[in-house]
Each structure stands twice: as structure tokens, then as C-alpha cells.
Design a protein around this ligand. Structure first.
Ligand code: FAD
Length: 447
């Protein structure tokens, strides 16, 4: 009697370079593929609106590709532990395979399922598919984790080179109708009333085939000018691969493999390194989205929240052109250029003096690439409270940033042509106030 393999898809919605899938094929039994929409397990952060939109389409694409191979994608909703264990019992699965996750809550869920299933005699194996280096393998000379990027990345580069990506398996065999599935539409991941996703539809095509096409195009057209043009938001010179990596439509091993031998790719590859560093940091500091990594920032004297300022920032109505352009790009497309992410975040934290966590939450809800590590890591980087962070006293001046990186105002006119022109705060005065508030942090002892 067949003892199928349950293949649990999570942040790895692809067939190529998917080590859990490879192992499932090698096991030689029929495969049952499953995705669980888990918004209920303790500590698991429910997806934001833009992420839900992406997930819907990426699952649709993955489901279609699996069907071509005769495998159906089973969709289930609920806390992963009972959902996976029930599915194993119902299908008589003899093995469960997945690619690893690195957030604290996700690891706790996975460890619980692993030990419960093993106790029942089910084979469980997890694989490295989402990071080039497992976070616990990158350690300082004294065996601790890194809190500064440059030595972290140097240490990664000194490790054995990342493995070659695995080809997409040719032969899959699935158990048709082995298990009942929810209908994707019943999950209501897409916005309806109102449908705010028109800009996302115009901008993106989620799914592995489009991800591979974009990688190819980037390597050919944009990588050669990446170092020169990556900071110009109107240039479209970056890879736009962040949602692809976030949802695992592409693996970092594939990106690495294709880029590593390209002359001048070092700058781009070190950005992939920042992604690794963000996950490394989250692995060692699971509360990254809620707690200051540098505890002396707990003393920061945030003034009472002015909701009208927060709202002006969210919808791009601050009267500061580069900030408004960025926030409008985000609202329209689910994406924002990296330099502008830094400027908008700095403006919220340092000119509006609004707690970085509120900005992080807005990005979490509106970015198609929002992930548990990169989003809070970068917010803490801008706030000055994070790992290898920009010092707090470095307050981006949005006007100078616009002059430097958008000198012809192409980006500003594309996104903020009709935005207000009267700034809601005085940039110079608020900068001074922020620096005064920072003095309190400086005087506060590090715990
Ligand atoms: P490229 O310049 O082509 O870089 C290649 C890849 O490297 C990216 O796709 C991404 O995976 C990785 N990368 C680049 N910069 C960073 C970085 N600073 N930190 C981590 N990884 C990086 N990135 C996310 O993927 N998800 C987020 O939720 C996220 N939130 C952010 C919030 C703030 C406040 C800031 C300042 C940055 C944030 N970033 C986040 C990082 C960065 O802005 C995006 O990864 C980048 O803009 C994506 O565009 P790209 O794919 O064209 O990047």
C-alpha cells in the first residue's frame, strides 16, 4: 500500500531548486502537496493585505504547475499543527517534508509538528531552501552570532560556496483527490470592497515562471548598471526580485548561481547578503518586530501620537515631495524603491517622531515583499535601534535626497505630481527636536 509523502509548501512556492520537493520525488511514493493558511498558531503574524493578494496569485500559479505534473495542491486553513497531523492521518502519509523557516513562532510550530509526528512513526525531514547559509552556521570567532553586517558577510563569503541549484524534477506523481481541498477563492485573499489591487495587477505577475523571466531580464539588462543606478528611484535599475525571494518563487541559490560569475555583481550580491543578515538577526532575536534590538532605545521619549500626521504619511500627503512620491508608489504598486523606503521611514521616525513600529506595521500591510525579517530589521536599521543600524542622529533630509537621487524629479512627478506642497512639519525644527529626544537614549544605560 502506498505511503504517500506530504510536501508542505510555505515560503517556497516553486518547483525548481526546491530541496523538499526533490527529496519527496526521491522517496519514490506519490506526493500530496499542501499549503496551509495559518493565521492562528501562537505568534504567527497574519499576512498584510498586499501579501494576501500576492499569495493568492502565486498559489494559483503553483497549483496550475503542479497539476501539469499530475499533483493537486491541497489547500487547508487553520493552525498548522492539527491541520498537518490530521492530513497525515487521513492520507496515511508515511513522510512529511518541508523547507525550513527561521522566525521564532514558525520554528516553534515546526518543531512541535516534527516531534509529534516522529513519535507516531512518521518520517519528517526539513531542508535548507530559503537562505544561502543556515543562521546557526555563521558564527564569530568566539562562537556567537554577528551584529555587524561587514564581518557577517565576510564570514559568509569564507564559508563553502552555496550549493548549485537543483533542477525542477521531471517526474512527479500525485495522488489525485487523495485529500479534500479548500477552494482558493473561499479564502478571500483578494480585496473586493473596495478592490484596491488594480495597481498591483498592473505592476506584477506573481508565480515562478514570471520570477524566472524577471531574473533573466535583470541579469541581461540591469545588472551591468546596478551599482551606478541602484539608488535612483526613477531608473528601474534594481532587480525587483524581493517579492520573488519573499514568496520563494525563486531561491537565493538560483539567484546566486546566475549572478556570481557576472563581472561587477559584488554590490548586488551583497544586497542578497543583507537579506541573509536580516534573517540571521531575526533567528537570534525573534521579537524583532516588536522590541528594540538595542534596549537603550526603550527610553526614547516618543511624544503622544498625532493620528493626522500618521495618516498624512500613510497616504502620501505630507507635502514633502519625495516622501509623498514613495508612499504613493507603495500604495499603488505594493513596492517602494529602497532609497525611498529609507527616506520615508526616517521622515516618519525622526521628523514626525512616530514610533518605528507603526511604520513597520503599515509597510507590513502594504508591501508585496513584506517578510518577518527584512521589514522589522530595516525599520530598526533606520530608527537606529537595530543591528549595525544607521546612527539615530543621521536624519535623512528628504529635500537633499531628492536633489541627489531624483535630480530631474522624474520619480516625484510620476508619483506625487498632485500631492500637497506645504510640508506638515518644519524639517529643520523637527530634526532638532529628534536629536534632543535622542539625548535621552544616549544617557540611558544599555541593559
Ligand atoms: P535589489 O536592490 O535588486 O536587491 C536584491 C535583493 O536583495 C532584494 O530583492 C532583497 O531580497 C535583498 N535586499 C536588498 N536590500 C535589502 C535590505 N536592506 N534588507 C534586506 N534585504 C535586502 N525588503 C524586503 O524584502 N522585505 C521587506 O519587508 C522590506 N522592508 C523594508 C523596510 C524599510 C524601512 C527599508 C528601508 C527597506 C526594506 N526592505 C525590505 C529592503 C529593500 O528596500 C528591498 O529589499 C528592496 O528595495 C527590494 O527591491 P529589489 O528587489 O529591486 O532590490
Amino acid at each position: 500500500m502506498a505511503s504517500p509523502t506530504l510536501l508542505w509548501f510555505r515560503d517556497d512556492l516553486r518547483l525548481a531548486d526546491n530541496p523538499a520537493l526533490r527529496a519527496a520525488v526521491d522517496r519514490g511514493e506519490p506526493i500530496i502537496a499542501v499549503f496551509v493558511l495559518d493565521e492562528d498558531s501562537p505568534g504567527i503574524r497574519p499576512f498584510g493585505g498586499a501579501a494576501r493578494w500576492w499569495l493568492h496569485h502565486s498559489l494559483e500559479s503553483l497549483g496550475a504547475r503542479l497539476r501539469e505534473h499530475g499533483v493537486s495542491l491541497v489547500l487547508r486553513r487553520g493552525p498548522a499543527d492539527p491541520v498537518i497531523r490530521d492530513l497525515v492521518a487521513d492520507t496515511n502519509a508515511g513522510a512529511v517534508f518541508w523547507n525550513r523557516r527561521y522566525g521564532g513562532a514558525a520554528r516553534a510550530v515546526d518543531a512541535g509538528i516534527k516531534s509529534a509526528l516522529r513519535a507516531e512513526g512518521v518520517e519528517v525531514a526539513s531542508f535548507a531552501g530559503s537562505l544561502l547559509h543556515e543562521p546557526w552556521t555563521v558564527t564569530t570567532g568566539s562562537g556567537t552570532h554577528y551584529s555587524v553586517f561587514t564581518p557577517f558577510w565576510r564570514s559568509c563569503l569564507a564559508l563553502p560556496a552555496p550549493r548549485a541549484p537543483l533542477p525542477e524534477p521531471r517526474e512527479l506523481s500525485g495522488l489525485q483527490s487523495a485529500a479534500a481541498s479548500d477552494a482558493l477563492n473561499d479564502w478571500s485573499l483578494l480585496p473586493t470592497a473596495p478592490d484596491w489591487a488594480a495597481g498591483l495587477r498592473d505592476t506584477w505577475e506573481p508565480g515562478e515562471p514570471a520570477a524566472r523571466r524577471r531574473l533573466h531580464e535583470f541579469l541581461l539588462d540591469d545588472l551591468p548598471s546596478y551599482d551606478r543606478a541602484r539608488d535612483e528611484p526613477s531608473a528601474g535599475a534594481t532587480s525587483f526580485l524581493s517579492p520573488r525571494l519573499r514568496w520563494g518563487e525563486l531561491s537565493p541559490f538560483t539567484v546566486w548561481d546566475k549572478a556570481v560569475d557576472v563581472e561587477g555583481a559584488g554590490g548586488f550580491l551583497s544586497e542578497i547578503g543583507w537579506r541573509e543578515f536580516a534573517w540571521h538577526t531575526l533567528y537570534h532575536f525573534p521579537d524583532l518586530a516588536t522590541k528594540n534590538l538595542r534596549s537603550e532605545f526603550d527610553a526614547f521619549p516618543w511624544p503622544p501620537l498625532d493620528p493626522s500626521h500618521l495618516e498624512a504619511w500613510q497616504y502620501g500627503n505630507t507635502g514633502v515631495p519625495l516622501v509623498d512620491a514613495g508612499m504613493r508608489e507603495l500604495w499603488h504598486t505594493g513596492f517602494m524603491h529602497n532609497r525611498v523606503r529609507m527616506v520615508t521611514a526616517s521622515f516618519l521616525i525622526k521628523n514626525l517622531m512616530i514610533d518605528w513600529r507603526l511604520g513597520e506595521e503599515w509597510f507590513w500591510d502594504t508591501l508585496v515583499d513584506a517578510d518577518d525579517a527584512s521589514n522589522p530589521f530595516n525599520w530598526q536599521w533606520v530608527a537606529g535601534s537595530g543591528a549595525d543600524a544607521a546612527p539615530y542622529f543621521r536624519v535623512f533630509n528628504p529635500e537633499l535626497q531628492a536633489k541627489k537621487f531624483d535630480p530631474a524629479r522624474l520619480y516625484i512627478s510620476q508619483w506625487a505630481a498632485d500631492a500637497p506642497t506645504d510640508p506638515i512639519v518644519d524639517l529643520g525644527e523637527t530634526r532638532k527636536a529628534a536629536l534632543n529626544a535622542y539625548d535621552v537614549v544616549k544617557r540611558s544605560p544599555r541593559k
